[in-house]
Design a protein. Structure first.
Lengths: 114, 112
């Protein structure tokens, strides 16, 4: 069965510091991968999606970036965090062969920028 | 651009009642819809999906209804239980077919 892991689960970072959130998927190959952000009390905002290694599409202009160095690894980064980057970050995957693109989420990473 | 909206941000029901959560979408060409449940501090979990060639689909205690004429989607939960308390999101596949667009969520509270 497929599993998705992301870490760290929680982190508190000062303004201006770098960020690296990592996500890996097991049990599938060539998945679509996604990073979503969820601000408190709000819906999920798509940040990045990837259909393959080194193929990243950005949905929202921001100071975040994503990379996919391996087929099942997706990394969310920032060189300098802003207070507004605080939120709940969710990695997700979907089966590229699946018609419906059902997306399966990881457990999320809570980021607090102070 | 494409958007997804909820009719009510919160819904409170009694245990045993039926719950109905509504959602509207903007793109009449949308062809795939999903409902997710998110418990506090966790990632959203898939509940049920429906394609645009269907009007209704049933799962265990849940039913999704799709009205393409008015671009409306609903989730019905039968015999709501305290464990159903969570935030429910509807999501629509984007026009490019590459990702899902989410609504803001409805918080369902079930009291005993």
């Amino acid at each position: 069965s497929q599993t998705i892991h992301q870490w760290p689960a929680t982190l508190v970072q000062p303004v201006g510091s770098p960020l690296s959130l990592e996500c890996t998927v097991e049990g599938t190959s060539n998945p679509n991968l996604y990073w979503y952000r969820q601000a408190a009390g709000r819906g999920l905002q798509l940040l990045f999606y990837s259909i393959g290694i080194d193929q990243i599409s950005s949905e929202v202009p921001q100071n975040l970036s994503a990379s996919r160095p391996q087929d099942r690894q997706f990394i969310l980064s920032s060189k300098k965090l802003l207070l507004s980057d605080s939120g709940f970050y969710l990695c997700a995957w979907s089966d590229i062969q699946g018609y419906g693109n059902t997306i399966y989420f990881g457990e999320g990473s809570w980021l607090t920028v102070v | 651009g494409e958007s997804v909206g909820l009719h009510l941000p919160t819904l409170s029901v009694q245990e045993g009642d039926n719950s109905i959560i509504n959602c509207a979408y903007s793109n009449s060409a949308s062809d795939y819809f999903i409902w997710y449940k998110q418990e506090s501090g966790k990632g959203p979990q898939f509940i049920i999906d429906i394609r645009s060639n269907m009007d209704k689909r049933q799962g265990q205690r849940v039913t999704v209804l799709l009205n393409k004429t008015v671009k409306h989607l609903s989730l019905q939960i039968a015999a709501t239980q305290p464990g159903d308390s969570a935030v429910y999101f509807c999501a629509v596949r984007n026009q490019a077919g590459t990702a899902l667009i989410f609504g803001k969520g409805t918080t369902l509270s079930v009291s005993s």
